[in-house]
Design a protein around this ligand. Structure first.
Ligand code: IFM
Length: 442
């Protein structure tokens, strides 16, 4: 059973669903720029229209309500509010989020707002983006604007969504905006992101009255064999993936393996930096999708590691292993290592190919239903083992723009026909609706 008051929700992010890329005074973000450059996204797709949520938000909130969710996690497009990233505020942009929050509250839904889900204002990228040491202040100023404008009605905030992805995909591999491939930059970005999150959290604690968290994506690593090489590389990959952001925030140190990876690119944070970085949020958001079965492969660039496919396990359309016990193990590990922080599962879900056939207005997606069922069972086991989990958000409400994969990967519990913008709930949405009814205790 779930604890009393446990919150059930679904999640999205601004660039992935809003569209209206240049409407009502919105400034461009790095994802507008990146996706419009040929070769960066599958079939050169972009988020110009996405799910057109900017115009269809009422229909979408009705959907969330009708599916029985209690909360909606979404992100703000920074450049809708501050078109240049800093300076003058675009009231029309804020108005959109005011309407959205009002609409949620009218429907009895709890808003859970992410300040940053990867869409840095383009103007700030031109000033150096997350590599610039002022980026933490830019972020804190932006946070201050929205805390002031929207804070009174929003009980749950998070600073950054998956800083690991911002640094790793955006600045090390170049698969995400802004598309850089530079270890020196990445090492700086890691610290600047954590400084930014810490500054926003500390600011919120002086002016806000509710809860603010940080969201990390975690992928437990398991060695593919008991060989020394595999075990050692797995420990290093685990540090890079799972401890790189949590150790500094909760323990005030960076893992040695992470520093070793960056090598000469790594500069130890100053005492002043640590005062921001080592800032505990009120809660930890965990995005969980898969486990990483890992083996050493010296010919692999950067890490000398490779992912191994398990011969008997299923994989999603993303090529991610479906292995729910890892969620329970992970939650127990986080809870023990970081002194039992309150945890929210801020994302969990799977991309599968959904045949575009609806029976009785419901699209069948049995693989996604099975994925949710297995992971919710693992979540219950973790709670039974004493982990303090307060809520769960399915990713995602809608099929949407899956970054470099464009619209080719569907994570939605509601199918979106991108030609007509028709929404059709999948059987996974019905499964969750029924599950929530059966597991809600006031
Ligand atoms: O779609 C993304 C989301 O933006 C962040 N977490 C992982 C999801 C699936 O890749």
């Amino acid at each position: 059973m779930y604890p009393k008051g446990f919150v059930w929700g679904c999640a999205t992010s601004a660039y992935q669903i809003e569209g209206a890329a240049e409407e009502d005074g919105k400034g461009l973000s790095i994802w507008d720029t990146f996706s419009r450059m040929s070769g960066n996204v599958w079939q050169n797709q972009n988020g110009n229209s996405a799910c057109d949520h900017y115009h269809r938000w009422q229909e979408d909130l009705d959907l969330i309500r009708s599916l029985g969710f209690q909360s909606y996690r979404f992100s703000l497009a920074w450049s809708r509010i501050l078109p240049d990233g800093t300076g003058s505020v675009n009231e029309k942009g804020l108005d959109f989020y005011r309407r959205l929050i009002d609409g949620l509250l009218e429907r009895g839904l709890i808003p859970n707002i992410t300040l940053y889900h990867w869409d840095l204002p383009q103007a700030l990228d031109e000033r150096g983006g997350w590599v610039h040491s002022d980026s933490a202040d830019w972020f804190a100023d932006y946070a201050g604007v929205v805390f002031k404008a929207l804070g009174d009605r929003v009980p749950l905030w998070t600073t950054l969504n998956e800083p690991w992805v911002t640094a790793h995909e955006g600045y090390l591999l170049g698969n995400h905006a802004p598309g850089h491939r530079n270890k020196y930059e990445t090492a700086k970005v890691v610290q600047n992101l954590l400084r930014a999150s810490g500054k926003a959290i500390q600011l919120y604690k002086t002016i806000g009255r509710q809860q603010i968290g940080l969201v990390v994506n975690l992928e437990p690593k398991t060695s593919a064999s008991s060989s020394k090489a595999d075990v050692e590389i797995t420990a290093q990959m685990d540090a890079y993936m799972n401890r790189q952001y949590l150790d500094p925030v909760y323990l005030g140190t960076f893992p040695e393996a992470v520093k070793a990876f960056y090598g000469v690119a790594w500069k130890e944070p100053t005492t002043e930096d640590w005062a921001w970085i080592h800032t505990q949020p009120d809660f930890l958001g965990i995005n969980f999708y898969a486990r990483g079965l890992t083996a050493a492969n010296p010919s692999e660039p950067l890490f000398g590691a490779q992912k191994v496919l398990h011969p008997r396990h299923a994989y999603t359309e993303m090529g991610w292993e479906v292995y729910a016990p890892a969620l329970r193990e992970l939650l127990v590990w986080v809870s023990e290592r970081y002194s039992q922080p309150p945890i929210w599962i801020t994302e969990n879900g799977a991309a599968y190919y959904d045949p575009p056939v609806a029976y009785a207005d419901v699209m069948e997606d049995p693989l996604r239903v099975a994925y949710f069922a297995q992971h919710l069972k693992a979540l219950q086991e973790a709670i039974r083992a004493g982990v303090d989990v307060r809520g769960y958000y399915a990713w995602s409400l809608l099929d949407n723009f899956e970054w470099g994969y464009g619209y080719s990967k569907r994570f939605g519990i509601v199918h979106v026909d991108f030609e007509t913008q028709t929404r059709t709930p999948k059987s996974s949405a019905r499964f969750l609706q029924d599950y929530i009814i059966r597991h809600t205790i006031g």
